[in-house]
Design a protein around this ligand. Sequence first.
Ligand SMILES: Cc1ncc(C[n+]2csc(CCOP(=O)(O)OP(=O)(O)O)c2C)c(N)n1
Length: 516
Amino acid sequence: MNGAESMLETLINNGVEVCFSNPGTSEMHMVAAMGKTQGMHSILALFEGICSGAADGYGRMAGKPAATLLHLGPGLSNASANLHNARKAHSPVLNLIGDHATYHKKYDAPLNSDVVGLSNPVSHWVRTVADAASLPGDAADAVVAANVKPGQISTLIVPADCAWDESVAPEGAREMPVAPKVSDDAVNTAAKMLTNGKTTMVMMSNMALTEECLELADKIANATGARFFSDTFTTRIARGEGRCKIERLGYFSEQATEQLKDAEQVVMIGTKAPVGFFAYPGKASEFCPQGASLHTLAEFNEDAEDALQKLVDELDAGSLQPRKILLKKPGLATGSLTPESIGMAFAELMPTDSIVVDEAATSGGFATALSETAEPHDWLSLTGGSIGFGLPNAIGAAVACPDRKVICLHGDGGAMYTIQSLWTMARENLDICTVIFVNRKYQILQIELARVGAQSMNKKTLDMLDLSNPDLDFVQMSQGMGVRAVRANTAEEFNKLFASAMSVKGPILIEAVLDI
Ligand SMILES: Cc1ncc(C[n+]2csc(CCOP(=O)(O)OP(=O)(O)O)c2C)c(N)n1
């Protein structure tokens, strides 16, 4: 067995069964090894940012890493923006980066670069393989590193000769890490805060947003009167009928500070104290009121469900029945096509167990709010602020959960960063309905321009935030990549097209031309 073959068997033995690939010459032995084995589903993406975004979506839904296969420093660099998002999501991802053969590095050939230097900022764990015999052990270490809870980015740099030289036998299954438990002290402090009569708010994110955790949180809220909030942008949250409600912290600092203004105490579970997405002149960066006491019950990597269960026990709230959301649908709109009319159709028609990938930006507010009482679903949002995450993430979610409908809500600006995702959706016949909100501008930046106090609103400035001239044609782009596409100009058209998209399997794109 050569290094690549032994590495691949090792990955499969350790539960890695999907690889989102965009290879080059230095990865050819890894490509050949994948071609020879049945255990690894290799999926070609036409830009590395799609590989990394897809691995993020896969990790969020599968709870274990997919691999990416990337071409030296430049391939990794193209993947970095979505690795940044995955890192903020605490998703498990395993990058396999090819590099020049060990003896070839010194010539500084055209594709030579500082791969370690490029890896570090987007990885929790980085290792360069020294020789073929080390490769299987390094691969197993890399999978363990990616599986550190909630998930880490591990990057294994594989010089070409380590892949092609004769290697040793593959490694077997390693034991994967479990999340550490919180201390009794942390639980006692939280329990005391929640019963001392002061106004208490609880912030939750990451592993604390599962259906089970939300039920436990609801019991605590019911027993103590505390208000529970999720972060604005969350890796994955269980929503809809049968789940327990949690308030969502607003994006703009005015909203968030208003929501938290009465808090005398804030308890964090799986997250840190909330701060502004950006700084704004004259506005506070921190959202918790000054003087509020803060307590972290569980860090992002600690076992949130265990922490919540212990808190429920400590508060004697175990016998309370969780107050579950009842199904309530908004009906369908008529007339002009707006984010609200689309949000209504989406909440009305979304099938049970859908996975929603949200990069709808300024168009998404209604879809989010109206679907709170829709059919049960999981919601994945942009955790790292680097746009172009939605389409690739939808690929990963659909690969991880082939029996569930994936609905990808996307702004037209963000969609253009990784639009080639459509080709992979078509090739893999993934059950993804992509809705593009066409407002022909970077709307959020037009809002932010005023909010940060930048004074210029002239044509030259606004042209930098404008997507018209020429208008993008998403139907043609989609069809050109093999995904069936339709256009809606009115609410009635959208309702019909979305209903039909929900009733069939396979990729489809709806270009929603907003009337705004
Ligand atoms: C990689 C990256 N580049 C640029 C930005 C800055 N940015 C934030 S939102 C945005 C435009 C989003 O436009 P669109 O998806 O159409 O949504 P809209 O704001 O119109 O609702 C841009 C360019 C970013 N966040 N990430």
